[in-house]
Design a protein around this ligand. Structure first.
Ligand code: AMP
Ligand code: ZN
Length: 114
């Protein structure tokens, strides 16, 4: 996926504020943060959305959640709370067609979301 913006970040072709890398994932700060802590965790493999996930992706999905947990604990929001979000499709406002897990924290988050 040559033109995909998150594939390009994974390949280090465009800059991003990278938090950490694991064997199958990359975590970097959202360019338009919606909370004081807003990190995106993406698979290095191009997957368009949660709809692309199959049985063979259980490991990468587990890694994405493990990275989110690690960042939440490191940032000290494991007790105060945080939110993990996958947007999928137009009604959810998915703007980038490369699977990404939002980690949002360090402010009170409204529910239900807008
Ligand atoms: P979504 O609406 O779930 O598709 O979210 C896409 C997210 O990617 C948005 O929160 C954007 O601010 C973020 N984003 C888009 N381009 C970049 C970029 N180059 N670096 C970091 N975050 C980005
Ligand atoms: Zn991609």
């Amino acid at each position: 996926m040559g033109g995909c913006i998150f594939c390009r970040i994974v390949r280090r072709e465009i800059p991003a504020q990278i938090d950490q890398e694991s064997s199958q994932t990359l975590a970097f700060h959202d360019i338009h943060p919606q909370a004081p802590l807003h990190v995106l965790i993406v698979p290095k493999e191009h997957l368009s959305s949660i709809l692309d996930l199959g049985k063979r992706h259980s490991e990468v999905l587990g890694e994405m959640v493990a990275v989110a947990q690690k960042i939440a604990c490191r940032e000290g929001v494991d007790q105060s709370g945080f939110r993990l979000v996958f947007n999928c499709g137009p009604d959810a406002g998915q703007a980038v067609d490369h699977l990404h897990l939002h980690l949002l924290a360090k402010r009170k988050l409204a529910w239900p979301p807008g």
